[in-house]
Design a protein around this ligand. Structure first.
Ligand code: G6P
Ligand code: ZN
Length: 543
């Protein structure tokens, strides 16, 4: 039994995107593909000899094989211990929590988040640093650079490890500790939220549904919602983890969480519905026949959050990604706490959370979280909402409408054009960029453009700068259109158009969002030539 050094040749496409390296399973199944990337991670890191690594994935196809390989490579590279979830399964927020709780050196998450799974689906790998959050760009860029020049990797000769039983075993000098994937996370949730109040709410007849979409949150939701909070059996839908996620697309939005949406719009709908994604970091919150936009959800938490024990100390600041609506900005302004605008990608929140500048963070892409971990956290958001509802003793819809009554409503929608031709998408973006100067001052459908630019960001804590983070068209009345190319897709390009308009007048706050945004939708096409460039008549997904 020994360390083996294997000769390899580089792949040129191992550049991590918004959230790690994501590719088709078939790409990851190529000989040495995963090994090269993992060795590139380890070669980029320093001083981890003898230290602890956390390892787990969302249970999708190829998870076990990848865990087996990574364990053997971690042993050969000198890690002292790996904490791995039973069955190789851990949700993304659970990995983040375990890294922090057990002072691990870092962690590896195997997931392609909400992208479909199975032999023809996607796979992904992401490295998280010692604060529990995704590695910053300085590290992901270094990993990519290394991957282009790699010549060898180290792996321990094949050793049997049983991932299905809790306890310790060894690969060489490294301890492999198989842990309960749910326990530590569930304990943390009990510390943050008033479980007694939520239990009483549920006992009083408040009905909830949670759709785990056959992905990683099933066991977490069953333990927390059904076992610990006493929700009736059956509260968790699609709660069994399947390696193809049941053939579905585990993205909690109105399009893909169709089962849940149908139940929440039925006449006997429960009071509260929620869903999470493949790896458990996203959330969608629904009331009876009522959808809460992720941007408004963040604002609701900022407005009501101190009723939860974990946040009773107060909220020091909030952070949102640039395309997320400005709904939370108005709460921050009135309550006098800081509000940060960052590029898309959870990794940009890490430094603000570490520095104690922000307590809550959120993104329009159904991500909400706080300083309890360094990832967004789907079930955490669900429990936060339940805590607020237990405290306010009212409906989801009433909580959101109260927010609008105080601060005004921010109508919001995102239109995605998925899998469009990459060249056409880049041309669309560069034509917009070329027109910045002439756009300012133009009037379309009665709305005047105040500024057209491309968002860039300098982190106020570590000074790292990022450019080209989305084209913004800002209007004088506060409306916005943002154009961005997704950084998480695995085929072609995905064009995202984010539309937003502020409505302070309560009598005009009850329209359908697409209707209220119709003029901005038309302006977006006029300015960018969406139909002409993409050849599409309508978006693939509207959220
Ligand atoms: C992942 C990241 C998020 C990000 C989202 C959308 O889920 O963790 O932080 O908002 O991807 O990214 P995209 O580049 O596809 O718009
Ligand atoms: Zn995810």
């Amino acid at each position: 039994m020994s360390i083996q050094t294997k000769i390899t040749t580089p792949f040129d496409d191992q550049k991590p995107g918004t959230s790690g390296l994501r590719k088709k399973v078939k790409v990851f199944q190529q000989p040495n593909y995963l090994e090269n990337f993992v060795q590139s991670i380890f070669d980029t890191l320093e001083e981890f000899q003898g230290k602890t690594l956390v390892l787990g994935g969302d249970g999708r196809y190829h998870n076990r094989e990848a865990i087996h390989t990574i364990l053997h490579m971690a042993a050969a590279n000198g890690f002292g211990k790996v904490l791995v979830g039973r069955g190789g399964v851990l949700s993304t927020p659970a990995v983040s929590h375990l890294i922090r709780k057990y002072d691990a050196f870092g962690g590896i998450v195997l997931s392609a988040s909400h992208n479909p799974a199975g032999p023809d689906g996607d796979f992904g790998i992401k490295y998280n640093v010692s604060n529990g959050g995704p590695a910053p760009e300085s590290i992901t860029n270094a990993i990519f650079t290394h991957s282009k020049a790699i010549t060898q990797y180290r792996i321990w000769s094949d050793t049997e490890v049983d991932l299905d039983y809790l306890g310790d075993s060894e690969i060489g000098n490294m301890v492999v500790r198989v842990i309960d994937p749910v326990y530590d996370y569930a304990q943390l949730m009990e510390e943050l939220f008033d479980f007694e109040a939520i239990r009483a709410l549920l006992k009083g007849g408040f009905r909830i549904l949670f759709d785990a979409m056959h992905a990683v949150t099933g066991p977490y939701a069953r333990e927390i919602l059904e076992n610990r909070l006493g929700a009736p059996a059956g509260t968790v839908l699609n709660g069994v983890v399947k390696d193809d996620f049941g053939g579905g697309h585990p993205d909690p939005n109105l399009t893909y969480a169709a089962d849940l949406v149908a139940r929440m719009w039925a006449d006997d709908a429960p009071d509260f519905g929620a869903a999470s994604d493949g790896d458990g970091d996203r959330n969608m919150i629904l009331g009876r026949k009522f959808f809460v936009t992720p941007s408004d959800s963040l604002a609701v938490l900022a407005e009501n959050g101190t009723c939860a024990p974990g946040y009773a100390r107060g909220i020091v600041g909030v952070a949102r990604s640039m395309p997320t609506s400005q709904s939370v900005d108005r709460v921050a302004e009135k309550k006098n706490f800081a509000c940060f605008e960052t590029p898309t990608g959870w990794k940009f929140f890490g430094s603000l959370l570490d520095a104690g500048k922000a307590t809550l963070c959120g993104e329009e892409s159904f991500g909400t979280g706080s300083d309890h971990v360094r990832e967004k956290d789907g079930l955490w958001a669900v429990l936060f909402w339940l805590n607020i509802l237990a405290h306010r003793k009212t409906s989801v819809e009433a909580v959101v409408k109260d927010l609008w009554a105080i601060y005004g409503r921010t109508y919001y929608a995102r239109h995605d054009y998925e899998d469009v031709d990459s060249a056409a998408a880049s041309t669309l973006m560069s034509e917009l960029r070329a027109n910045f100067a002439t756009l300012t001052g133009q009037v379309h459908e009665g709305l005047t453009i105040k500024l057209a630019d491309e968002f860039g960001y300098t982190d106020p804590v570590n000074g790292e700068s990022t450019i080209k983070q989305g084209v913004r068209i800002l209007f004088v009345d506060g409306s916005r259109i943002v154009f961005r190319l997704s950084g998480t897709g695995t085929s072609g390009a995905t064009l995202r158009i984010y539309l937003e308009r502020f409505e302070p007048n309560p009598s005009l706050q009850h329209k359908d969002a697409q209707e209220a945004l119709a003029d901005l939708i038309r302006i977006a096409d006029t300015l960018a030539g969406i139909k002409q460039h993409t050849g599409r008549q309508a978006p693939t997904v509207i959220t």
